[in-house]
Every structure is written in structure tokens, then in C-alpha cells.
Design a protein around this ligand. Structure first.
Ligand code: ADP
Length: 480
């Protein structure tokens, strides 16, 4: 039995059911390494049932629901999530490991996301196109149809809802596949959606592994759109898997994001923001700052203050609400250690951390870790580590900072700290990045689009662009 008596079942067509094969898999509590719950291990057959249900609902009952009514259902969902805030946050902490404080913040973001999309549901309108008096031409915005949502484990409910809510607002039906590491909150979402009255088949949840459940979902011919957040490597597979049936894709992949501190920056603010930017969610954030670029004049001072703050950070099980929880899985911890070894082998200098905290012998914990004397071409400066590990680089001139910032395969977020508006905006123009933040980190909100360039993917989520991912334009022309 899982925590809170969650149904250990797939949610398909409004019903809870085991996988057809009867197989299950374990999800672990990363703070204790103990099994938290067993969940069904879906395969292509289960996926087909879920897609079939979503297909039926799309061409059936869901079409009869007006945009305003879709908005109301979403509002009710937001309200019930708000009511169950503590329970959902605790579930997220148990499954993912993150400090409860952060999980509560995630749930608040989930509520805001659903509310935003609820409000937008009846405000999605087309255009009339002026072609002269002989023709009337206008556009309809129509829902894509069945959409698949494949999400990672770092913000299990947050990233699920970031795409599921706009898809539902747009009138699509949904098959959601949570990550195998963190499947529980998606199941709880399904039960809450059912409680507030979403019709059967509109939201389906299949739990399982990437190759077994994710791949058949992406390949399924009735799925019209796929939204994926995860690694670039898996993103490439998703493109290949979807090629046969030519799907509409939104991919948010990794990042190797630079936080650039110029010599005229407000250092107090830059240091404090860098702590959150690097170590929030234990560094397991696509848009985290994983490279600090410091101008030579302030390098020593910034580093002194930053290291002092890092030494104060506590590492503890999520329910104890330290600054950092464990990483999500043994695999991620081992991956982080392999990058730490690579940094050392390539000659970088490990200034802080790099080990398991001494007081925590169980759980996937890692000390906050800082590398200095890093060359921009080292693997630790080029590849996404996805752990509380930061590389610190120095630069002389503005151009050099921008060149280093851009010289990675990714382009998701970047941050600039300066008091000079010209410097800030010129840098923002040159940075190859989906988002640029000035004198702050994790700026923006549910209203502002986010997404990547280069290997960080394509398409934008959040805001109105996030809803347009699930709409297609039909042009209607009438000759008078
Ligand atoms: P990570 O390697 O960090 O676990 P992934 O990008 O592999 O991240 O996983 C993110 C999500 O993608 C998970 O839900 C996972 O099950 C899913 N996934 C992995 N491989 C595939 C695949 N080939 N097709 C579809 N989904 C996949």
C-alpha cells in the first residue's frame, strides 16, 4: 500500500486498473533508500487502452464541454489541490526527496498554473484576415486531439501540470506518463481530477518506464502532440519515435546555464541568488545555474562570500527541511560522483564538498560541491550534471563572458548581475538562451513563456504560448 492509500493502479478511462501484465515496479524514498510504493508497470497494451480512452473522450463527451466549463473544471481542480496542499507536498517529498518547504512551494506553483490556464480557457480566439470585400477569411483555434505528456522526476507534479493544464484548457485530452522515479503525485492528480468532475478518459495516467511505456505512447498514431521534459538524449529519441506519425512536439531538455557576475554587480544579491540558483532542488533543475562566471575584479570577494554561505547549508532528509535533500536516486548520485571524478581527472580544483555528508550513511545525499580552476571546455563545464555541483570560471572582458556562456550545446537560461542597464541589455541580446534573467534568478512566473534554444529543445511552455502548443489553426475562407 502506498502512502495516503493511493490506488496502486493505472488511471484509464476514469477507472483504476492494474497493468495488463500484472507487473509492478518499486518507487523509493531517496532519503531512506526504502521502497515507498509499488506501482503498475505499464507496457504498450496499457498505453493503447489509455490512448483509446483519450481518443474516445476527445471525439465524445469532452467536445460537448464548452471552453468556459473547461475553465470551471480546472478552477475546481486548482481549489482541491490547494485544499490538499500539505498532503501532496509530503507525497512529493517522500517520492522525490526534496525539502518539504520546496515541495510546498511546488504545489503553490501547481495551483497558480492551473488557475492561469483555467482563466484562459474561454479567451482563446482566432483572427479575421482582411482580404478585401470579395472574401471573408477567419481562423478557428482547434484543440490538437489526444496529447501525451512525458515528465521527469525533478518537479513531478509541477512539470506535469505545466503542460497538462494548458492542454485541458485548450480542449485536448491527455495521457500523462510520470517518471518511473516519482509516479505518485500524478496518480493523486488523477484521483483529484476525477473528484472534481472531469469526464472519463479526459485525463489518463500510465506509470511505467521510458522504453516500455513512454516510447509506445510517443509512437501511438492517435497521439497528435507530445510534450516532453527531460534529458537531451531522450529528447532525440522522442523526435525519432514521433517521426513516423509526424507529431507536434514541445521539448524542454537540459541546460548548462551561466550566472554571470560583472564587476559592478550588487554582490550581496548575486551571492544570495546564486545559492538558490545552484543548490535549489539539490541542483536538479534544468534551469539551475550550473556555471558561475565571475569577472576577475570581484572573483575573490564573491568566492569568499559564496563559499561561506555554502558552508552554512544543511543537508538532511526532506521531511526535516534542511537546505538540501537527497538526490532522487542512486543512479543520479552515481552520475554526480562520476562527474566529480571527471573534474578531478581533468585538473579542476575541488574547493568544497564532493562527498556524501558524514552524518548521513543512508539516502542519496551529496554535499554541496564547488569546482574552481575550471577550463570552459572541461566536461564538468560543458555537460549537465544535475546535482548540487557548480563550476566557477573567471573572465576579463564582457565579450569573453558572453562567449564562454554561449559556448555549450545548451541554451535554456542565463543570468546577468550588473548595475549598468546598457551592459545588461547588450548581454541579454547576445546570450543564446530561451530566458535571460537580470539581477535575479528564477524570474518570470506561470504567465511568462519558458523554453530552450539549441540542445535545450524547442517550443515554449507557460503563458499563452503554452496553451497554443495544444491548438491548431484552421483557416476558413468564404467567397462572397
Ligand atoms: P533521466 O535520464 O534524467 O531520468 P529522461 O529524460 O530519461 O531523464 O526521462 C524523463 C522521462 O522520459 C521519464 O518519464 C522517462 O520514463 C521518459 N522516457 C525515457 N526514455 C523514453 C523514451 N525512449 N520514450 C519516451 N519516454 C521516455
Amino acid at each position: 500500500m502506498s502512502p495516503y492509500d493511493l490506488p496502486n493502479a493505472l488511471f484509464i478511462d476514469g477507472k483504476w486498473q492494474p497493468s495488463i501484465s500484472g507487473e509492478t515496479f518499486d518507487t523509493f524514498n531517496p532519503a531512506t533508500e526504502e521502497v515507498l510504493a509499488k506501482v503498475p508497470r505499464a507496457n504498450a497494451q496499457d498505453v493503447h487502452l489509455a490512448v483509446q480512452a483519450a481518443h474516445r473522450a476527445f471525439y465524445g463527451e469532452w467536445r460537448q464541454v464548452t471552453p468556459a466549463e473547461r475553465g470551471k473544471l480546472l478552477y475546481r481542480l486548482a481549489q482541491t489541490i490547494q485544499t490538499n496542499r500539505e498532503e501532496l507536498a509530503k507525497l512529493e517529498t517522500l517520492d522525490n526527496g526534496k525539502p518539504l518547504r520546496e515541495a510546498l512551494g511546488d504545489i503553490d506553483g501547481v495551483v497558480q498554473t492551473i488557475e492561469y490556464n483555467a482563466g484562459a480557457a474561454d479567451k482563446l480566439q482566432g483572427d479575421t484576415i482582411p482580404l478585401g470585400y470579395e472574401v471573408v477569411d477567419f481562423t478557428w483555434l482547434e484543440p490538437l486531439g489526444v496529447t501525451a505528456h512525458i515528465v521527469p522526476w525533478n518537479f513531478p507534479l509541477g512539470i506535469a501540470v505545466r503542460s497538462v493544464a494548458p492542454a485541458l484548457a485548450a480542449g485536448c485530452t491527455v495521457v500523462l506518463k510520470p517518471a518511473e522515479e516519482t509516479p505518485l503525485s500524478a496518480l493523486r492528480l488523477a484521483s483529484l481530477a476525477q473528484e472534481v468532475g472531469f469526464p472519463d478518459g479526459v485525463l489518463n495516467v500510465v506509470t511505467g518506464f521510458g522504453e516500455e511505456a513512454g516510447a509506445p505512447l510517443v509512437r501511438h498514431p492517435w497521439v497528435r502532440g507530445v510534450t516532453f521534459t527531460g534529458s537531451a538524449e531522450t529528447g532525440r529519441k522522442i523526435i525519432a519515435q514521433s517521426a513516423e506519425s509526424l507529431k507536434s512536439l514541445v521539448l524542454e531538455l537540459g541546460g548548462k546555464n551561466a550566472l554571470i557576475v560583472f564587476e559592478d554587480a550588487d554582490l550581496d544579491r548575486a551571492v544570495e541568488d546564486a545559492i538558490e540558483a545552484v543548490f535549489g532542488n539539490c541542483g536538479q533543475v534544468c534551469s539551475a545555474a550550473s556555471r558561475l562566471l565571475l569577472q576577475r575584479q570581484i572573483y575573490q570577494e564573491f568566492q569568499r562570500r559564496f563559499s561561506e554561505r555554502v558552508l552554512q547549508l544543511s543537508v538532511a532528509p526532506g521531511l526535516e527541511n534542511g537546505d538540501l535533500g537527497p538526490l532522487v536516486s542512486r543512479e543520479q548520485l552515481e552520475r554526480a560522483f562520476s562527474y566529480i571524478r571527471s573534474g578531478l581527472e581533468e585538473g579542476a580544483s575541488l574547493t568544497l564538498g564532493g562527498k556524501r555528508p558524514e552524518n548521513l550513511s543512508r539516502g542519496y545525499f551529496l554535499q554541496p560541491t564547488i569546482f574552481e580552476k575550471v577550463h570552459p571546455k572541461m566536461r564538468i563545464a560543458q555537460e549537465e550534471i544535475f546535482a548540487p555541483v557548480v563550476v566557477v570560471l573567471s573572465f576579463e572582458h564582457d565579450d569573453e563572458a558572453l562567449q564562454i556562456a554561449n559556448d555549450v550545446p545548451y541554451g535554456l537560461t542565463a543570468g546577468i548581475y550588473t548595475r549598468d542597464i546598457r551592459r545588461a541589455l547588450t548581454s541579454a541580446q547576445w546570450l543564446e538562451s530561451g530566458s535571460v534573467w537580470i539581477n535575479g534568478w528564477y524570474l518570470g512566473g506561470v504567465q511568462a513563456p519558458t523554453g530552450g534554444v539549441k540542445a535545450s529543445g524547442f517550443g515554449r511552455e507557460r503563458g499563452l504560448p503554452g496553451i497554443h502548443n495544444y491548438l491548431q489553426i484552421k483557416n476558413v475562407a468564404i467567397k462572397l
